[in-house]
Design a protein around this ligand. Structure first.
Ligand code: KIV
Length: 280
């Protein structure tokens, strides 16, 4: 039985912190789900950490659906959120509805996430009215990286901080079930968390949010291009992978892999017959 939207909202009321992680493939999602993470986001960060793009902007609906389907197949307990990619919910409310529905109907996700505050409120309201739970995302919104002038901390001036509080309130009013706060000062995230009734999920937003989200490739030390300040590496799988591949290369070259353990036998009399017929 998967985590429900209601349970996530109740966690805030009960003061229970909410862990969330990204996942992009069947095998990783299965491990994360088995470990008991209640929320899995198939983030468009996959563009950078899985597909090697420089930002999340090139990510398409087809790519998101492909990965979301794999994550859904690998999970039983976690609630799966599909991240709506750049320009798939901006041009019109009807396009947003159509694309949000694809995540639920085709990919099997239970909710969608989209970036933006007050300006996206009407779109959020319509998607929620159609029965699709929506997670908001404000602060550093990577799809607006060019507008923001880079991957920078947001809400540092009084004006910007007030805007973010208003954005959070507008999203709550429009019906989101939770809001991601990305790269904003800790005291501002604390204030927003107190102000809104829905859970806030922080990434680079300090310890006072109702939950935290991390990109799984950062958490496991799989992505080596850079480590964001907000990330904590709980493992360094890149080292383990490099070491394992090195050992494999050495063993193949030395002829010590494979051994009988990784090989198959056949009936001796069959072999003798084959040798008589084919080996001169
Ligand atoms: O795409 C993503 O992984 C995200 C999280 C960092 C919140 O949006």
């Amino acid at each position: 039985m998967r985590t429900t939207i209601l349970q996530i909202k109740e966690m805030k009321q009960k003061g229970k912190r909410i862990p969330m992680l990204t996942a992009y493939d069947y095998a990783t999602a299965k491990l994360i789900d088995g470990a008991g993470v209640p929320l899995i986001l198939v983030g468009d960060s996959l563009g950078m950490v899985v597909l090697g793009y420089e930002s999340t902007i090139p990510v398409t609906m087809d790519e998101m659906l492909h990965h979301t389907k794999a994550v859904v197949r690998g999970t039983e307990q976690s609630l799966i959120i599909g991240d709506m990619p750049f320009m798939t919910y901006h041009a019109s409310v009807s396009e947003a509805l159509h694309n949000a529905a694809r995540f639920i109907q085709e990919a099997g996700a239970q909710a969608v996430k989209l970036e933006g505050g007050e300006t996206m409120a009407e779109t959020v309201r319509r998607v929620v009215e159609c029965g699709i739970p929506v997670m908001g995302h404000i602060g550093l919104t990577p799809q607006s990286v060019h507008q923001l002038g880079g991957f920078k901390v947001q809400g540092k001036t009084q004006e910007a901080a007030i805007r973010l509080v208003k954005d959070a309130c507008a999203l709550e009013e429009a019906g989101v079930f939770a809001i991601v706060l990305e790269a904003i000062p800790t005291p501002l995230a604390k204030l927003i968390t107190k102000k809104v009734g829905v859970p806030t999920i922080g990434i680079g937003a300090g310890p006072f949010c109702d939950g935290q989200v991390q990109v799984v490739s950062d958490l496991l030390g799989l992505f080596t291009d850079f480590v964001p300040k907000h990330a904590k590496q709980y493992a360094k799988l890149s080292d383990i992978i490099k070491q394992s591949v090195g050992e494999y290369i050495n063993e193949v070259q030395a002829g010590t892999f494979p051994t009988d353990k990784q090989s198959y036998t056949m009936d001796e009399s069959l072999l003798a017959g084959l040798e008589q017929e084919y080996i001169w």
